[in-house]
Design a protein around this ligand. Sequence first.
Ligand code: ZN
Length: 318
Amino acid sequence: MYNEPIFLKPVFKDRIWGGTKLREAFSYEIPSETTGECWGISAHPNGPSKVLNGPLEGKTLDQVWDEHAELFGNQEGEEFPLLVKILDAKTDLSVQVHPDDSYAQKVEGEPYGKTECWYVIDCEPGAELVYGHHAKSKSEFEQMVAENRWDDLLRTVPIQPGDFVYVPNGTIHAIGTGTMILETQQSSDVTYRVYDYDRRDTEGNTRELHIEKSIEVAMIPHEDAKFEPVESTIDGLKKTKLIQENYFTVYRWELDGPSEQYENRAYLLVSVLSGEGEITTDGGISLIKKGDHFIIPSTVKQFSLDGNVECIVSHPTV
Ligand code: ZN
C-alpha cells in the first residue's frame, strides 16, 4: 500500500503576459523570462505533472489516476478532476470566460468546463482584476463589444494579498498586471477570449478571440458569487475553508508547530505557499517547503505535520 505523500514536478508555460516571479518567489527553474504558469498538480494532457518520489516515481498524474484508483478513494470519473496552478501575471491576461461542463462536452468534446478560484499570493499596490461586467442583456453586451467600449463594459475590483476570488463558469474575468495567484480549477484548458488589449506577440500576431462563444456562455447580467470563509483550528492547524461549491472545496492551512491530522476525504491536493516543515505518515518523514506540490492519497488517513507553513489545500466536492 502506498503510504506517503505523492510529490509532483510542476510543468511551466511560457505566456505573452508572464514574467520571472515564479523563479524569484519560488526558486523554480523556469524555461523563459516570460513564464506565466506553473502547473503544480495536473493530470491534464496539455501538461501532466510527474511523480517525484516512491514506487510511482516518473509516472504522470493521469497514469496514476488510471492505474491506481485506490489512491483516490476509488472515486468515479474518467479524468482527474482538478488542476492547481500558480500564475505570474507580469502584464494583464486576456479578458476571458469559460464554459460549463455540458457546453465543453457538446461544443469542444472536452470532459470538463472550467470553474476556477484564485488565492492572491502577492500583488502590486493598486492591483485590479476584471470580475464581471456592466451589460444588462446579451444585446447590450454585444453592442459594447462591437463598439470597443471596454471601460464601460468591464467591471474592475481592487485586490490585495490574501484575497480569495471565486470564478464560476460563465464569469467574465481577467487577472491584472503585477499579480501572483494560486488557482484551483476544474481540469480544463477551454478558454474563450473576449478581449486581448489589441496586443501582438514578438511575431506581430494577435491572439484569436472567441466573441460568439463568449457571449453564448457568459453570465449576463453578471451576479457576484458569495461564500463566507469558515475558520476552524484542529490540533493547532488553522484551516480556513475559502470555498465549497459543486466541483471543489478549497482551504488555506496555517501551521505553527506540531499537529496530528485525520482526514476522511478521498484525497487532498496541497501546495505550499510559504515556510517549511515536515509531514510524517506510516511511510516516513517528508520535508515540505515553499513551492512544493503534493497529493495526500486516500491510503494515508492519519498524518502529523510540524513546522511553520502556509498551504492551499483542496479536494473535489463529492
Ligand atoms: Zn480563466
